[in-house]
Each structure stands twice: as structure tokens, then as C-alpha cells.
Design a protein around this ligand. Structure first.
Ligand code: BGC
Ligand code: BGC
Length: 740
């Protein structure tokens, strides 16, 4: 909830700001039904919609970049939303600078006759990464390695607090991309190459938004990029995902289904195409599948100038505007050319090319989220969360995330963990003492940058702090000066920052010449070499691997490098598992689990210290729930709602199960029988397994129980023959349920 702001009490507008804000203009319309927070949101939306002019409505659908507008533009043009592109920050890049900027723009929005607040979106993709001083969490690929959805949820919550602390209300996260080709520059934005990991990690949506929109530090989340962004054949953002519909549904849809079930407020469309049709203009995918079949009630936002790409020509035309809005886009991200856009929409509506019903639907969706977020009651920055930005508690959480995201890939002669005391350690590599490199792209700037860009701890600082006083730690970036007197060398090497297309790697995916030279120097000294690989994806390292005694995949850990040292010195025994298949050679790309190609390390691989190795791939994202006290008796009541949407060879099931009894079920377990040969291929938001004709769904490890009165929603995909009859009965922990 946003506080310290403008409250409308009956007919009067009262300023209760604790910080001095210039008074907004008098409320021309105070006391109207839409301004009454005691009325249901749907009623408020209808009332407001009835008062809006066409210009008010098209303004709501427009999102401009902060640098291309003034506060008075928001008033004049009725703009409904602003964004910060990557690194687009106010001159004073701290909490107060952001909040002041936000409030300035908001005053412009509230100076319109209907006083509709704007909403401000930002890419808080690994922490509130545009705001200097914020906690920088590991990029998604590392969180995928942790296989810890509860951790992802906590990170979402911490990030939402920091976003709120900077005055903002909307993040363009999470990326629910299923990265199928590691050549793609956004591979690190993906939680994993199989849908099960991104699906499980949609807990981060609940972290961002809180249990309800409008609650404490609730930030609107965005599931992106819908759909198939990680599946393009050439591994680029604007490429084509050439797969059948059942494959699209099996691989790329489940994370979005799970996010919709969690109530994600917005969905961003992908720059990519599906079988040669740009998603930004694909009515079937946006209107029929997402809004219709999946039942998404939030609003759809386009990606950065995404409508420009529909006809393959630079810029956008009225025809592209018409096609994309009619396809189902509700808010259009037109960073700079928003005036042209407003003109085209107005003309198109007046010419009957876009029906008024479509404009009203888009407005309803956007306004509903603004009301639910509490923006009408609390339009200004909530400065009470400013102290959470980069707080000790959040850095501790980030360090835990770093620990859990490390994947130990090689550990000859148990070279790790390192003894804390005795002898000398040599640390080298371009990523050892470079917080910019270890944070990657989308850190303070769009592309990120090498160097001392953000506050935090480098890997080297972490190593120095962890080594005991009896150990000498020598650092030389390039490995110069090492000799055989060291007990081990730690080489922190890998990639340097990039974002989006700049990270596409159509050619070599190996280490650069700087790293190879450093590694050669270390190897020549004859001491064990432990490589810590800082990278946004698996790299082509098979040729060098034999020279290394140890290999730790650190991904892009962010601002808390001490978490890497925690693993090196055994304060935390590694638990991370590969979220991506590791290639033998770049020529194998794309390589994914189950495609029969020979991997250097398979999906799910990861060693630990205790018994030496734990080489078994773990295909499921989370450990089996440990039941506390299994309930023997069933509930004294339960209810199941069952719907399916079918296509030629398969179907998606959506199930809501409610415990209408009086006892908590821990764990809960729902069973039914398939009578027509249907076979479950995957589940989300529950573990759905099949044995013969019996299907069992149980809660995930982070949500195993079902309290009296509580419902849980889960989904699954299945193959089917010619028929798909509905199961005749459902049993919850053995008790037959009512069903609808
Ligand atoms: C990216 C999105 C991002 C947007 C706003 C686009 O280029 O594809 O992921 O949210 O820019 O910065
Ligand atoms: C912006 C990014 C955006 C990108 C799209 C950049 O200038 O800063 O946010 O994603 O352009 O190309």
C-alpha cells in the first residue's frame, strides 16, 4: 500500500503528506463514486470509464520513457504510464531522487480533470537494479540453479520493498523465458531450459505483489516475454520460434499459466515471432489464448517499441497500431514517439478501425490494476521503505541466494572446500575483483559495465574476509607472479556484462584471450587451479577443463560476492544444480535435456562436499515435501473445480481444490482416474504424477498444506487419444469431493 499521500474524504481533498509536497490542484471531481474506496473496484472502474473522453482513454493506453516527457505532458496528453528504460535514472540517483521524480510526474497526472494517477514501470530484474545502492541479487539463471522457489519469493518481496522505497510501483519482471539456446543474449534472464523451473519460480510474482495488490509494498509484476522468447531458432530476441502448437504449449506456456494463476498483474509481449508471425500482432496468442483460455484479467503491455517491428520497417505506422491493439495489447510502450502514437490511435478509433469496445476493455484492465494497487488513494511515493534499499537484511538474503546458486561441477581430489588456514592462496582473473562484471547486464545501466559500479562485496573481498589470519591471499589480476609456493590458485574468469542482443553469441562461446592467458600462467606454476566461472550461461570450456582441479559455476551473483567465498571455504556445502545442459562444444547449440546430444555436464548436475559427489541429475525443481504429521483421515469436506482446454493431441487441465472441512491437511493429496488413456506430461503449482490410470496431485514443498477453507489452484498438460472425458470422481486424502 502506498501511504503519505493524497486522500479523498467525501467532497474534500485533504493532504496528509508527511513530506512537503506542493499541493495538487483542487479536485475538480472529488466525491464521485470512482473516488470512493469503499465501493467495489469494478463499480469504480465503470463509473470512471463513463466520465472519460476518448483522449483520456488513449492516454491511459500510452507508456512513454521518462526522458521524453515533462510533468505537464502528463497533464496535457493524459498519459497513463511512464517507464525507465535500462539505466534511465534521475540525476540524483538515490531513493529521494527517484521519489521526487516520481512525485513530480504524478502531480502532472493528477492535474487532469479526472485525476487518474499514472503508473511507473521499471526493470527491477535482479533487485531494483537501476537505483544506486540497491541490493543486486543473482540473475535468474542462478536462482534457477538454487531450485528454491521459497527463496525466489523472498527475493521478490525484498525487491518490492526496495522498488517501493524508490517511489515506484511496477516491475517488468519476472522473465519467465525458457531459454532453449544458450547463444541467446538473455539466457541469464531465464530460470532454466525446461518449463518446470521457471514455472516453480513464479513464486517471485507473489513476492513482488504480496498476497494482494495494494498490500504493504505491493509492486505490480510482469510475466515476460509472452511467448516463446527463449525458443527462437537463431537464439536472438527478434527471431522466430518455429515449433508446433503442442510444443509451444508444453515448453513455453506453463510458466505463464502459473503466473496467471498467481494473479500476475501484467504480461509483456515478446519481440519474437511464432512460426513467422510477430507476437505483438498475434490475436490468437494474446486475446484467445492468454486472455481467453488462460483467463488473464490483468493488462498486456508491449515491449520497447515492439509495435515498430510488425512490418519490418523502421518506426510504426497507423496500420501497426491498429493491428497490435486489435490483437489485444492494452498498454503500448512507445518510449519516444508517443505523440505520433496518440494521433494514430485517435484517428483509427474515429475511422472505426479499432472498436470502442477494445479501447474500453484495455482501459478497464489498466484502471482495475491502478485501483487494486491503491494508487487512487495513495498516488505519491511511499518514502517509508527508503531504508530498505541495500539494507543489511536484504544483503544477507542476497548472500544466501548466491550460496544456493553456486553449482560445483568439478572437484578433483576434494580440492574444495579450501582450508581456511595455512599457506598461501593466489587469486587471479578479470572477474575476481570487479563488482560490475559479477553483476552482469541490467545493473545501474542497461548493458551493465565493468568496474566499481555498485556498492557490495567482490569475490576477492569475500575470499579475503573468509581466509583465516594464518593464510596469505595474494591477488594479481592476470596471474603474474604466481609460483609453486602457493597451495592453490583461484581463477575468477568468464564473461563481462551485456544485455539483450549485445549478448547474442552466434560464433565462439569460449573464454577470451585475457582469461586463457591468466589460466596458462596459473597452470604453469603447477599448483591446483580452481576456476570460478562468472557467466550468464554455460561456456565452451571442454578444452581447458582437464587443466583445472575444481570448477564452480557462479553465474552472475550480483553485489554479494561473499556468498561465493562461503562455498569455496565450505561455510556452505554446494546444493546448486544445473538449470541448463552444459555443452561439450558450442557447435552443439542448441542443446537441451532429452535431445540425445552428449553433454559435458547434464541438466541437473551438481556436486557437493559431504560424501564427495552427488552426480545424480535432479530433474524436479524442488525436493520431495517432508510431511510433518501425515493426516491419516481425510477432510470432512472438499470441492473440486475442473476445466480443460483441449487441442488436437493434448489438453491443459486447470484444477481448483478446496478444503471445505475443519482440519488442516498436511500434506494434501488429490487423486482421480483417467479412463481414456490420457497421460500427464507435466504439472505446475503442484506435483502431478501418474501411475497406471491413477493420477495424484500433491502440494509443492513450499506449500504442502491446505488449511480449512483454503483453496489451491494447479494445472497440468497431458496427452490424450481421441477422447478426454472428465474424471467421474475426485478424492482428497481419500475423501470423495463434490465437483463442478
Ligand atoms: C526489453 C524488456 C524490457 C524493456 C524496458 C526491452 O528492450 O526486451 O525486457 O522490460 O526493454 O526496458
Ligand atoms: C533501453 C532499454 C531497452 C532497449 C531496447 C535501451 O535504450 O535503455 O531499456 O530495453 O533500449 O532496445
Amino acid at each position: 500500500m502506498r501511504t503519505r499521500s493524497l486522500a479523498v474524504c467525501g467532497a474534500a481533498t485533504v493532504l496528509i503528506a508527511a513530506v512537503a509536497l506542493p499541493a495538487p490542484p483542487p479536485a475538480a471531481a472529488a466525491g464521485l463514486p470512482y473516488q470512493d474506496p469503499s465501493r467495489p473496484v469494478a463499480e469504480r472502474v465503470s463509473d470512471l470509464l463513463g466520465r472519460m473522453t476518448l483522449d483520456d482513454k488513449i492516454g491511459q493506453m500510452t507508456q512513454a520513457e521518462r526522458a521524453s516527457v515533462t510533468a505537464s505532458d502528463l497533464t496535457t496528453y493524459r498519459l497513463g504510464s511512464l517507464l525507465s528504460g535500462g539505466g534511465s535514472a534521475p540525476a540524483q540517483n538515490n531513493a529521494a531522487g527517484w521519489a521526487d521524480m516520481y512525485d513530480g510526474f504524478q502531480r502532472g497526472a493528477l492535474a487532469t480533470p479526472l485525476q487518474i494517477p499514472m503508473i511507473y514501470g521499471i526493470d527491477a530484474v535482479h533487485g531494483d537494479n537501476n537505483v544506486l545502492g540497491s541490493t543486486i541479487f543473482p540473475h535468474n539463471i542462478g536462482l534457477g540453479a538454487s531450485r528454491d522457489p521459497a527463496l525466489a519469493q523472498q527475493i521478490g518481496r525484498a525487491t518490492a520493498e526496495e522498488v517501493t522505497g524508490a517511489g515506484l510501483d511496477w516491475t517488468f519482471a519476472p522473465c519467465l523465458c525458457v531459454a532453449r539456446n544458450d547463444r541467446w543474449g538473455r539466457t541469464y534472464e531465464s530460470f532454466g531450459e525446461k518449463p518446470e523451473i521457471p514455472t516453480a519460480m513464479t513464486t517471485i510474482v507473489t513476492g513482488f505483489q504480496g498476497t494482494t495488490l495494494g498490500g504493504p509494498a505491493s509492486v505490480l509484476a510482469t510475466a515476460k516475454h509472452y511467448i516463446g522468447d527463449g525458443g527462437t531458432t537463431n537464439g536472438t530476441d527478434q527471431g522466430d520460434t518455429q515449433i508446433s502448437e503442442s510444443e509451444l504449449r508444453a515448453i513455453h506456456l506453463p510458466p505463464f499459466q502459473a503466473a496467471v494463476q498467481r494473479g500476475v498483474g501484467s504480461v509483456m509481449i515478446s519481440f519474437s515471432s511464432w512460426n513467422s508471425v510477430k507476437s505483438h500482432g498475434n490475436k490468437y496468442l494474446i486475446t484467445d489464448l492468454l486472455k481467453g483460455e488462460l483467463g488473464f484479467t490483468g493488462f498486456v503491455v508491449s515491449d520497447w517499441a515492439g509495435i515498430d517491428q510488425l512490418d519490418g520497417q523502421k518506426g510504426f505506422t497507423q496500420a501497426e497500431v491498429v493491428q497490435s491493439i486489435n490483437a489485444g495489447l492494452d498498454m503500448i510502450m512507445v518510449p519516444n514517439d508517443w505523440k505520433t502514437f496518440l494521433g494514430y490511435v485517435r484517428t483509427a478509433v474515429q475511422a472505426g478501425q479499432i472498436p470502442m469496445s477494445r479501447i474500453d476493455d484495455a482501459n478497464r484492465r489498466i484502471l482495475t490494476k491502478k485501483f487494486e494497487l491503491g494508487l487512487f488513494e495513495h498516488p505519491y511515493a511511499d518514502r517509508s521503505y527508503a531504508g530498505t534499499i541495500g539494507s543489511a537484511a536484504h544483503r544477507t538474503l542476497a548472500r544466501q541466494a548466491v550460496r544456493e546458486s553456486q553449482v560445483l561441477l568439478k572437484n578433483d581430489d576434494n580440492v574444495l572446500p579450501l582450508a581456511r588456514n595455512g599457506g598461501k592462496l593466489f587469486v587471479a582473473g578479470k572477474n575476481a575483483d570487479d563488482i560490475g562484471n559479477q553483476s552482469g547486464g541490467w545493473t545501474l545501466s542497461w548493458q551493465g559495465a565493468s568496474g566499481n559500479t555498485v556498492p557490495g562485496t567482490t569475490v576477492l573481498q569475500g575470499i579475503r574476509a573468509a581466509a583465516g589470519s594464518g593464510t596469505t591471499v595474494t591477488y594479481q589480476r592476470d596471474g603474474v607472479g604466481i609460483d609453486s609456493s602457493y597451495r592453490a590458485a583461484i581463477a575468477v574468469v568468464g564473461e563481462t556484462p551485456y544485455a539483450e542482443g549485445q549478448g547474442d553469441r552466434p560464433g565462439s562461446m569460449g573464454l577470451d584471450s585475457t582469461d586463457l592467458a591468466t589460466l596458462n600462467r596459473l597452470h604453469a606454476a603447477g599448483v591446483p587451479v580452481i576456476v570460478v566461472l562468472v557467466s550468464g550461461r554455460p561456456l565452451d570450456i571442454a578444452a581447458e577443463l582437464p587443466d583445472w582441479s575444481g570448477l564452480l559455476a557462479a553465474w552472475l551473483p550480483g553485489s554479494e560476492g561473499a556468498g561465493v567465498a562461503d562455498v569455496l571455504f565450505g561455510d556452505y556445502a554446494p546444493t546448486g544444480k544445473l538449470p541448463m545442459t552444459w555443452m561439450q562444444s558450442a557447435t552443439e547449440e542448441p542443446i537441451n535435456d532429452g535431445d540425445g546430444k552428449a553433454a559435458l555436464f547434464p541438466y541437473g548436475y551438481g556436486l557437493t562436499y559431504a560424501g564427495g559427489t552427488d552426480p545424480s541429475p535432479s530433474p524436479t525443481p524442488t525436493p520431495t515435501p517432508t510431511p510433518t504429521t501425515p493426516t491419516t483421515a481425510g477432510p470432512d469436506g472438499c470441492r473440486v473445480a475442473w476445466t480443460t482446454s483441449d487441442w488436437n493431441t493434448g489438453f491443459t487441465g486447470n484444477v481448483t481444490v478446496t478444503n471445505t472441512g475443519t482440519a488442516t491437511l498436511n500434506p494434501w493429496s488429490l487423486q482421480w482416474t483417467f479412463t481414456a488413456g490420457q497421460t500427464v506430461t507435466q504439472g505446475w503449482s503442484a506435483r502431478v504424477t501418474q501411475s497406471g490410470t491413477t493420477v495424484t496431485a500433491t502440494g509443492e514443498s513450499w506449500s504442502p498444506s491446505l488449511a480449512p477453507g483454503a483453496s489451491t489452484v494447479f494445472g497440468f498438460n497431458a496427452n490424450r487419444g481421441t477422447d478426454n472425458p472428465r474424471p467421474s470422481s475426485f478424492r482428497l486424502n481419500g475423501t470423495p469431493c463434490e465437483s463442478s
